[in-house]
Write a protein that binds this ligand. Structure first.
Ligand SMILES: [Ca+2]
Ligand SMILES: [Ca+2]
Ligand SMILES: [Ca+2]
Ligand SMILES: [Ca+2]
Length: 440
């Protein structure tokens, strides 16, 4: 007996680092037809489903105070089900102070916000990056409570692009409540690469809720709650720790007595940049197949093929920004940066403007600094960073931080400090080929 116990203990010791801690199952219902749920943040339409809620048990602090907050200060549960088109997730958050709308696009995690991290097939989960059926969907309400969708897209350096998730057909709603808030999300099955839902279909998931109560702590929040145990906070770039949702019980097709009113998520002005979003006529029906093939190009590092596919989509806002990101990834820095610059002038939405104008600088910084990025790509790219900053400074010559970062990037490439500063001064009006000569 002792020997057996020893053997089990011994095996666990070796298995633990490789298998992930997250293997909890949430068993729920699915519907073979269309469910008439309205994605508006109001969860009263979920009552008829009679499904259980799951608490988010793990709290990770971002401050000196490590104890978990009281439940009325910060606690959350979620529930989920599916129909023929979507997986639906609802999150109920108790929060005594709801802080929203303070940060530019892609930095919503500094405020109160929700992250849905998924893995459509849970294959090869120890890989240090997302594959095409993995992703992070972050729901971030703007100051008026209208939610934006942020979140990392597979294979890209910095991969939160305005309107991308909406273009894929992801829909979300947010509603302030007396003691917190509620969020409702619909994710098209195509995004999860699930052809349909049948009995015991499953996919990987972590649900996280980020807490900010005062905009203190350098703008960072107090901490976050997580459904799966993810002590190193890796869910935003790999899927190793995710739990699993299983659709184990079919429910009858509900009676749909009237057409749903069109759920306009957001309209942004009345010009060529406009994107129309409706729950019943999602953009995704037209573009999800194309975007799936673009993600496949990404996985093969074929950025030019991806660029050619997105370029013809000239009347969609998301495509304009997505194209810029692909061009940057494809070393077309001048073209890409010009695109973001133009966009930051044209756009009428403040938080997207800020995102676009800062995007090249943020990528340059990320290419040198981030440990997570290093783990994902196994390299730092100082030269790429320097070239991006060079192009960026041509359009933003007064940006001191970018100037300093360029010096730093050049030092990292092996030049001496004086050499770097000299080069930096000569940068602004010289063609990029000057840089190429210095390359080792
Ligand atoms: Ca609803
Ligand atoms: Ca709170
Ligand atoms: Ca996957
Ligand atoms: Ca809060």
């Amino acid at each position: 007996m002792k020997k057996i116990l020893f053997f089990i203990g011994f095996s666990l010791y070796f298995l633990l680092p490789f298998s992930c801690y997250g293997n909890e199952l949430y068993s729920t219902v699915y519907c073979e037809g269309k469910n008439p749920i309205i994605i508006d943040g109001d969860l009263s339409d979920w009552d008829a489903l009679d499904i259980s809620s799951v608490p988010l048990p793990f709290f990770q602090s971002k401050t000196q105070v490590q104890t978990a907050p009281a439940s009325e200060d910060f606690s959350a549960v979620f529930k989920s089900f599916a129909d023929v088109d979507y997986v639906y997730i609802a999150v109920l958050v108790n929060d005594d102070k709801v802080i929203i709308g303070n940060h530019p696009f892609s930095e919503g995690w500094y405020d109160d916000s929700i992250e849905i991290c998924y893995d459509g097939d849970l294959k090869n989960v120890s890989k240090p990056f997302y594959d095409s059926n993995d992703g992070q969907i972050r729901i971030v309400p703007n100051p008026n409570g209208i939610p934006y969708v942020e979140g990392n897209i597979p294979y890209l350096y910095i991969a939160s692009i305005p309107y991308y998730w909406e273009a894929r057909g992801v829909r979300c709603g947010f509603k302030l409540q007396e003691k917190g808030y509620t969020v409702e999300v619909a994710i098209p099955l195509e995004v999860l690469e699930m052809a349909n839902i049948h009995q015991n279909s499953s996919f990987g998931l972590n649900v996280m809720v980020l807490e900010d109560d005062n905009e203190g702590n350098d703008g960072l929040g107090e901490g976050y709650l997580s459904w799966s145990y993810d002590p190193d906070d890796t869910s935003w770039w790999k899927t190793e720790c995710y739990n699993r949702i299983v659709f184990s019980r079919i429910i009858p097709q509900p009676v749909v007595n009237s057409e749903n009113p069109e759920q306009k998520v957001r309209a942004i002005g009345n010009n060529a940049w406009e994107i129309e979003l409706g729950l019943n006529a999602p953009d995704s029906k037209g573009y999800n197949a194309l975007l799936a093939s673009v993600l496949n190009d990404f996985s093969n590092n074929d950025w030019s093929a991806a660029e050619e596919k997105i370029k013809p989509i000239s009347d969609r806002l998301w495509a304009q920004l997505f194209l810029g990101v692909i061009q940057m990834q494809n070393n077309k820095f001048e073209e890409g940066i010009q695109r973001f610059h133009d966009f930051s002038i044209l756009s009428t939405e403040k938080i997207i403007k800020e995102w676009a104008s800062l995007y090249p600088y943020t990528v340059a910084k990320e290419l040198m600094m981030s440990n997570e990025l290093f783990e994902r790509f196994q390299k730092r790219e100082n030269w790429k960073s320097a070239r991006i900053l060079h192009e960026y400074l041509k359009l933003n010559p007064d940006d001191k931080e970018a100037c300093e970062l360029l010096t730093f990037a050049l030092q990292r490439t092996g030049g001496s400090e004086s050499d770097s500063i000299l080069s930096r001064k000569s940068f602004l009006n010289r063609p990029i080929t000057i840089l190429a000569i210095r390359r080792r």
